[in-house]
Design a protein around this ligand. Structure first.
Ligand code: ADP
Ligand code: ZN
Length: 518
């Protein structure tokens, strides 16, 4: 029997490999550099843990999450695997023990934060270079990229690894990387002809729903009422609202507890524990909850507030349905949340970073606004192709009232063309509506399509433009001020060869209405 399969069965107690695990492992055993993109819960750890056991020497696992190292190492020890971690939570004596284990070659895996690996005088790196390091596994590798949603400057130091250890294979693993982030991971780590493994991000059993954030407590009540026996997580933005919502749910007869980083450690652990043991059904939490939690029967994840980016949303909703059974992701969305979060980003300040954060936030709001399949949007976001309809998101399950909007589309597209594909949606709409404002450049007022869309309100135009973008009749450039561009499909419409169905605006109206605070 192949060695890696034998280790999987004997040391981890699993029958067979999932998807690409075996292929990834054999590349690592072959000393190749690899990049692994696999959704949370997909089984990334085994991809480096098995090589760690097979290869001679010690595997160094870089992880940003000091708080989780102990759990990860304990889990390995339960399987009789010699693993340890080094971080500030250990006493000096405990640290000395680990160092000795390294010197005597008795460890197979060592978990470290990047700042520990690269201490100020390279003492630890010098020490390691005298040992037999079999592999570097860089967990949460997206932290190296400023394009990622969780950039950590200390990760940048990892770009030195390949200089210092040119012959030691490196594997970079992450659950969340859009295309830019992935490219960044590859270049920053200076990997040697790396092989990239991208697993599908599709979580077939998770059904995606978005509802307008209005009377959201009542909507939540109805939802929970239908899920009385199910375990679920409800995310809210603020610590205070986790507590007030949990309390209100209890008063209304649900079993709920709060979780956030401001609670006493003992209370936090107790609440988490009760949830894991199914003694309480619902946990109302800030995003502090969930990292490293492996509860298989979470049936729903609700977001009361807009997440900061698609990566977080995907990761948080991904905590539902690890057992493969049908589960629900429900988001309450209002435009007001977008504005509020934008305000936060601007206050936080860091110039270059905030531009990226704002862009990611816009993508998240775009998801809330979609009139096309939500699953498709998520998968495309992560660089994956997907069919137009999934059949299991609110959009695919709703019959929107549509009408023949070909003429409207032609006006919109020709306006974009006349304006030389150089303006954003707001400008194009003002132009179409024949705005007299100073903003519209005087020479544009002489163009043929100026004012041809007077009879349609601003809101309606905005809705149609979203549809046209979602349907790929227009595209929007990246950047802080996205510009509308024509696509290959635009010309069929302009030439009258293609009919465009748009969604009636009334169907969309409630979406933009205002919010009710809990
Ligand atoms: P990730 O790091 O990708 O989020 P983990 O490595 O923590 O995922 O694995 C998620 C869960 O799947 C764990 O409970 C793990 O034990 C389990 N698992 C991983 N590989 C297999 C396999 N081949 N067969 C069965 N279970 C597996
Ligand atoms: Zn769908």
């Amino acid at each position: 029997m192949e060695k890696s399969l034998q280790v999987l069965q004997e040391r981890f107690g699993f029958d067979s490999f999932r998807d690409q695990q075996q292929e990834i492992i054999s590349h690592i055993l072959n000393q190749d550099d690899t990049v692994v993109l696999m959704p949370t819960g997909g089984g990334k750890s085994i991809c480096y843990q098995i090589p760690a056991l097979i290869l001679e020497g010690v595997t160094i696992v870089i992880s940003p999450l000091i708080a989780l190292m102990k759990d990860q190492v304990d889990a390995l020890k339960v399987n009789g695997i010699r693993a340890a971690y080094l971080n500030s939570s250990l006493s000096p004596a405990e640290q000395t023990t680990v160092i000795q284990q390294l010197q005597t070659g008795t460890l197979k895996l060592l978990y470290l934060a990047p700042e520990r690996l690269f201490d100020s005088e390279d003492r630890f790196i010098d020490f390691l270079s005298k040992l037999n390091v079999s592999l570097f596994a860089i967990d949460e590798a997206h932290c190296i990229s400023q394009w990622g949603h969780d950039f950590r400057p200390e990760y940048l130091k990892l770009s030195r690894l390949k200089q210092i250890f040119p012959n030691t294979p490196v594997t970079a693993l992450t659950a969340t990387a859009d295309k830019l982030t992935l490219r960044d991971i590859l270049s920053k780590l200076n990997l040697n002809q790396p092989k990239t493994f991208i697993s599908s991000f599709n979580r077939q059993n998770i059904h995606y729903f978005v509802e307008p954030k209005r009377n959201s407590y009542d909507r939540l009540f109805d939802f929970l009422d239908k899920h009385r026996n199910d375990a679920g997580i409800i995310y809210t933005l603020s610590r205070a609202s986790t507590e007030s919502l949990a309390q209100r749910l209890n008063e209304d007869g649900f079993s709920a507890l709060a979780y956030h980083a401001g609670l006493e450690r003992s209370e936090r652990e107790r609440n988490q524990d009760l949830f894991l043991k199914d003694e309480v059904k619902v946990i109302v939490a800030t995003i502090a909850f969930g990292m490293g939690i492996d509860k298989s029967n979470v049936r729903f994840v609700v977001h009361m507030d807009l997440p900061k980016n698609i990566e977080s949303y995907y990761q948080e909703t991904g905590r539902a349905g690890r057992d493969g059974l049908k589960s629900t992701a429900l988001l309450f969305y209002t435009y007001a949340d977008l504005l509020k979060l934008k305000g936060f980003v601007e206050i936080e300040g860091k110039q270059e970073q905030s531009e990226i954060m704002l862009k990611k936030l816009d993508k998240m709001a775009e998801f809330g606004d979609l009139r096309t399949c939500r699953r498709k949007y998520l998968l495309n976001y992560f660089g994956e192709q997907a069919p137009d309809h999934c059949g299991s998101c609110d959009i695919c399950l709703t019959d929107f009232e549509k009408f023949d909007g070909t003429e409207i589309a032609q006006k919109a597209l020709s306006a974009v063309a006349r304006l030389n594909e150089s303006f954003g949606t707001g400008y194009v709409i003002d132009f179409l509506r024949g705005s007299k404002s100073e903003k519209i450049k005087s020479f544009h007022k002489n163009l043929k399509t100026y004012g041809v869309g007077k009879d349609i309100s601003k809101e309606a135009w905005s809705s149609y433009f979203k549809d046209l973008i979602n349907l790929d009749y227009l595209s929007k450039s990246d950047g802080q001020y996205p510009i509308l561009k024509l696509t290959g499909k635009s010309w069929n419409v302009l030439k009258g060869q293609e009919k465009v169905m748009l969604i009636k605006v009334t169907a969309r109206q409630e979406q933009s209405e205002e919010t009710v605070n809990l």
